[in-house]
Design a binder for this molecule. Structure first.
Ligand code: FES
Length: 117
């Protein structure tokens, strides 16, 4: 099925920012991750919380030592309901790769963001 395209305005988000918009009957979060734009359905695959309204953050990285290292700053969205974390770029859950949030493609065309859903 062909994707629909929606012009959603100028890319006015700073890195680490997000906005939530309604498009074609869907609530969708638009994110700026280090100057690139990504979109995610604002519905958590766990129990349907408003995923994109949670904190944009990093996460704890694995190491071969007994220490915690914070990394991936602004690449992770944490659901406000129960704290599940997902990669903004891919929608993949950080602790269970089988679990995914729905993501959509965003392109920049003539200084406008175009959402493909
Ligand atoms: S509904 Fe999102 S973590 Fe439970």
């Amino acid at each position: 099925m062909a994707k629909k395209q929606f012009n959603i305005g100028t890319p006015d988000l700073q890195p680490g920012d997000r906005k939530i918009i309604d498009v074609d009957g869907k609530s969708i979060g638009i994110f700026n991750v280090d100057g690139e734009y990504f979109a995610m359905h604002n519905r958590c695959p766990h129990m349907g919380g408003q995923l994109c309204a949670g904190p944009v953050t990093g996460t704890t990285l694995e190491t071969d030592k007994t220490e915690f290292i914070y990394g991936r700053h602004n690449e992770i969205i944490r659901c406000g309901w129960h704290g599940w974390e997902f990669e903004i770029k891919t929608g993949i859950c950080t602790v269970d790769k089988r679990m995914r949030a729905k993501v959509y493609q965003v392109t920049v065309e003539d200084n406008n963001l175009v959402l493909h859903i």
